[in-house]
Design a protein around this ligand. Structure first.
Ligand SMILES: Cc1cc2nc3c(=O)[nH]c(=O)nc-3n(C[C@H](O)[C@H](O)[C@H](O)COP(=O)(O)O)c2cc1C
Length: 278
């Protein structure tokens, strides 16, 4: 049974993290306490791209009961359409458009965060998918490319579309991860948009997640890196929401998590862990 998790009062989303939030990670995370939904790591859209076996396996065989959004990264609307048509056969919550990836090798190709400098391309992709595909469309975006002053124009473009959710990673693309996330932009997005708005960036503790939702008046919070050091964070957020005792992991819980992750990884054939570079 998938996509049947009861949504909690404080809605939570696991941020997509390429090569981290793979199926073996999310399957292991299930035992610690799940978010309300996941967004898959991005699938690169290009002329010969297809919905890969990994993506189909994630959709069909994952252990999680949380909803799953599939993230696509690219720039040619016709190739988005082709892959989205393949995905239409499966039960997914939305197709999510990546408008935030800052990695130079991605930016150079004019995709990810660079789409924020080519808003007409972003518009074409969203319009094409909205008009021709039955699956809801969501967007994950940063608040600007070089300068947060670009935010107003980005918001104007986003507002034109019928989206199921907008995930706001509250920093600019060029800033990578340097500046702290600025949730004022999340508040503005929530006031302007009619879809779900989810706050993302630098949320590291359960109480902070609850405070962020309350202070920004958003529909939920998306958490990425903090899940790696505290895979129980979603459970803790639910406990706070229910005014229950909050679980505090002990050393043995961490060891147990790492052991499970390793066992699941081996089941998936990932036996060659990369050795750190010297
Ligand atoms: C290793 C790594 C991989 C990432 N991969 C993706 C990705 O595939 N798609 C995406 O939209 N964002 C990706 N991100 C960005 C995260 O989804 C998230 O927006 C960012 O880490 C800020 O949230 P956090 O402070 O809770 O980690 C990645 C981040 C990291 C650290």
């Amino acid at each position: 049974m998938r996509g049947n998790k009861r949504e909690s009062e404080f809605f939570t989303s696991l941020a997509p993290m390429k090569a981290v939030t793979t199926r073996h990670f999310t399957d292991t995370l299930c035992d610690c306490g799940e978010p309300d939904e996941y967004i898959s790591e991005f699938l690169r859209v290009h002329p010969t791209a297809i919905a890969t076996n990994d993506i189909i396996d994630l959709i069909e065989n994952r252990k999680s009961v949380a909803d799953l959004n599939i993230q696509l990264l690219g720039k040619e609307f016709e190739h988005f359409l082709r892959i989205a048509k393949e995905l239409q056969c499966y039960k997914i919550k939305s197709i999510n458009l990546n408008c935030g990836c800052p990695m130079p090798k991605i930016s150079r190709k004019g995709v990810g965060g660079t789409l924020l400098t080519e808003l007409n391309i972003m518009d074409d992709i969203i319009s094409t998918l909205s008009n021709k595909i039955d699956i809801p469309i969501s967007v994950k975006a940063r608040i600007g490319y070089k300068d947060p002053k670009e935010f107003d124009i980005i918001l104007d473009h986003v507002m034109k579309h019928r989206l199921s959710a907008v995930y706001v990673h509250a920093r600019i693309v060029k800033g990578m991860y340097d500046e702290p996330a600025n949730f004022e932009y999340v508040k503005i997005s929530k006031a302007a948009l009619h879809c779900h708005v989810i706050a993302n960036g630098d949320v590291t503790r359960a109480q902070e997640a609850v405070n962020t939702i309350e202070e920004t008046n958003t529909d939920g919070v998306m958490i990425g890196r903090a899940v790696i050091s505290n895979p129980w964070i979603f459970r803790q957020i639910n406990e706070l929401a229910n005014k229950a005792k909050v679980f505090i992991p002990a050393g043995e819980d961490y060891l147990g998590f790492i052991e499970k992750l390793q066992n699941v990884s081996e089941e998936f054939g990932l036996t060659d862990f990369q050795k750190p570079r010297r």
